[in-house]
Design a protein around this ligand. Structure first.
Ligand code: GDP
Length: 296
């Protein structure tokens, strides 16, 4: 529940206001609802789709009053989230390799730190790789998180070839019998071509050293950036074979609706949500809990 209160106000709070004193649900109500969904960052495509479905339910006389409408909306959102939800099972391969991508500032390093800490605490042997060699600060930040979690970080000097770091990290992960290798990559998005080339190179090295890897290409998105996060999802999905998403900064953001947009429009599983800056502030994404917090 932590972190969703502003999204809850922005979405369900406004729906409640819309429904206040409405005796009957009609097409106009749904039109107004569509506007609320869009401004709550559920995304235009998903909002339109939800309203179409609700229109059909209205025709079938399923939406007698505001409560019925809210219940129906909750069901439809949940169904869409559940369709793609899939928690990561890092026990499905050894070492399980996660390549983490996303633009600078979205919370990549923090998310990696939280993951390292969580899995180290549960007794997994975790290794981190600082393949963002463009910013010295990135590797330093990663080391701070690594120390905190009691996890080693493979790094080279600034400006080194990211693939060389990845190569060393894979070798180390195998030699040390790591359960989980998490690779931080540069958030450079100069051009799509650039990104594609870099990702291809990293994937090639990982796959050669550890057959079947990477098992997850995790895109980190900052929920507070709303529609910007949607554009990033689109671009990265086209360029980098994204297999899952971590949505950060849901705490304090009113734009939590983008969880629905990302999952439904890009058919991507939201694996984790970030609900704070602390080491414990990462949750597995659970549609039931998410929807319950939203519609509480
Ligand atoms: P990176 O550049 O993508 O590696 O981003 P960082 O991990 O350095 O994070 C950028 C800022 O966002 C830092 O101040 C983090 O503390 C903050 N941050 C990351 N995740 C969350 C989150 O879930 N909630 C909040 N409130 N802040 C976060």
């Amino acid at each position: 529940k932590k972190g969703l209160s502003r999204t809850q106000e922005n979405l369900v709070g406004r729906i409640d206001t819309l429904l206040l004193g409405k005796k009957q649900i009609d097409a106009d109500t749904l039109e107004e609802l569509e506007e609320i969904l869009i401004t709550a960052d559920i995304g235009v495509a998903t909002s339109v789709e939800l309203i179409r479905t609700l229109e059909q339910r209205l025709k079938r006389n399923e939406l007698q009053d505001g409560e019925a409408l809210k219940r129906a909306l909750r069901e439809e959102i949940l169904a869409r989230l559940e369709k793609h939800a899939a928690p990561l099972d890092i026990a499905s391969a050894t070492p399980f390799v996660i390549v983490v991508i996303g633009v600078n500032g979205v919370g990549k390093t923090t998310t990696i730190g939280k993951l390292a800490n969580r899995y180290a605490l549960s007794g997994k042997r975790v290794l981190l790789a600082a393949a963002d060699t463009f910013r010295a600060a990135a590797a330093e930040q990663l080391e701070i998180w690594g120390e905190r979690a009691g996890v080693d970080v493979i790094r080279h000097q600034e400006g080194a070839d990211p693939s060389a770091v990845v190569f060393d990290a894979c070798k180390a992960a195998l030699a040390r019998k790591a359960d989980l290798l998490i690779i931080d990559t540069a958030g450079r998005l100069h051009t799509k071509i650039n990104l594609m080339e870099e990702m291809k190179k990293i994937r090639r090295v990982v796959g050669r050293e550890i057959p079947g890897a990477p098992h997850e290409t995790l895109l980190v998105l900052d929920a507070a950036t709303g529609q910007n996060a949607i554009s990033q999802a689109k671009l990265f999905k086209e360029a980098a074979e994204v297999s899952g998403v971590a949505l950060t900064k849901l705490d304090g953001s009113a734009k939590g609706g983008i969880v629905v947009a990302v999952s439904n429009e890009f058919q991507l599983p939201v694996r984790y949500i970030g609900v704070g800056e602390g080491v414990d502030d990462l949750r597995d994404f659970e549609p039931q809990q998410f929807v319950a917090a939203l519609f509480q």
